[in-house]
Design a protein around this ligand. Structure first.
Ligand SMILES: [Mn+2]
Length: 262
C-alpha cells in the first residue's frame, strides 16, 4: 500500500489525471491525501471535487483558503462575488453532496510520521494546541456554516495575543492554517500580504524558520506557497509547485519519500 500526498491542484484536473498515471495510483490499495486547495482558477474544479468525493474511501484533504472560499459562497449566497468556476459547481446536480463532503474535511491531518496542513503551523502553539484549535474551527463551521463564513474573512488580529473574542479566535486560526507564509521576526505577527520567494522577503521570517519550529517530532507537509515551490528542509516539505500558474503538480510518496511531478 502506498500513501501519496499531493500539492495544490486548484482545479487542474487534466494534470491531476496525468499525475495519477505517473504514480500508478490504485484506489483499491493506495491512499491519497491532498494539502488543500482542490479548487479555483484551473477551470476544472467541479471535476476535481467530484473525483475526490467519489474516491473518499481512499482519499482525504485538509481545507485550503480556496476550498473555504468555495464553501463560503455556497453557504452565504448573499456574499457571492462572481466566480464562474464556482457557479459551475453550484449548478451541478450533485453540488449539495459535494459541498457537504467538503464542509466535513479537517483543517489538519496527522499520520505516524507527518502532519499535513494547507499553509503552516503557527509556531506559538504546540502540537496539542494545533489539534485543539483546528477542531474549534471545524466544529463551529460544521454546526453553523452560514454564520461562520460571515466573519471568517479578514486579516486581523495578526497575533494570537491580540485575540479578543470567539470570532477573532476562529479567524486567526483559519488565517494561520490556510493563509500564513511569513511572520514578522520581531513580533511574530502574521504577514498575510507577502507571497514571494524567500529571497524577495529577507526581512521577514517564513513561519517554519521560527526558532520554536526548527525541531518538530514529525515532518510538516504543506502547500499554499507556490513561489516557494518544492521545498524540503529538515522537518518541512512544501508541495505547492504552482500548477495553476504554469508550473508542476507534485506528489510525494510517504512510504519512501519519492517525489513525482507532471
Ligand atoms: Mn492556498
Amino acid at each position: 500500500m502506498a500513501h501519496f500526498v499531493i500539492g495544490d491542484v486548484q482545479g487542474c484536473f487534466d494534470a491531476f489525471n496525468e499525475l495519477l498515471v505517473a504514480i500508478e495510483f490504485d484506489p483499491q490499495s493506495d491512499q491519497l491525501t491532498f494539502c488543500g486547495d482542490l479548487v479555483n482558477r484551473g477551470g476544472q474544479s467541479l471535476e476535481m471535487l467530484r473525483w475526490a468525493y467519489q474516491h473518499r474511501s481512499c482519499c482525504d484533504t485538509v481545507l485550503g483558503n480556496h476550498d473555504l472560499s468555495l464553501l463560503s459562497k455556497y453557504y452565504c449566497p448573499k456574499q457571492r462575488v462572481k466566480n464562474a468556476e464556482f457557479d459551475v459547481i453550484f449548478q451541478a446536480g450533485d453540488s449539495d453532496e459535494l459541498l457537504a463532503w467538503l464542509l466535513q474535511r479537517p483543517m489538519i491531518l496527522e499520520f505516524p510520521h507527518c502532519w499535513i496542513v494547507h499553509a503552516g503551523f503557527y509556531p506559538l502553539w504546540n502540537p496539542r494546541k494545533w489539534h485543539k484549535h483546528a477542531n474549534r474551527v471545524t466544529e463551529f463551521m460544521r454546526a453553523d456554516p452560514a454564520s461562520f463564513f460571515k466573519f471568517m474573512f479578514g486579516n486581523r488580529p495578526l497575533h494570537w495575543d491580540k485575540v479578543k473574542n470567539k470570532k477573532d479566535k476562529l479567524r486567526f486560526i483559519v488565517n494561520a492554517m490556510t493563509r500564513m507564509r511569513y511572520l514578522d521576526p520581531k513580533t511574530s505577527n502574521l504577514n498575510l500580504k507577502e507571497k514571494g520567494t524567500l529571497r524577495d522577503n529577507v526581512n521577514l521570517m517564513p513561519w517554519f524558520r521560527h526558532p520554536r519550529l526548527t525541531q518538530t517530532e514529525k515532518t510538516i507537509i504543506f502547500g499554499h506557497w507556490s513561489a516557494l515551490g518544492l521545498y524540503q528542509d529538515n522537518n518541512v516539505i512544501c508541495l505547492d509547485t504552482g500548477k495553476v500558474w504554469g508550473g508542476m503538480l507534485t506528489a510525494l510518496r510517504l512510504n519512501d519519500g519519492i517525489l513525482f511531478q507532471v
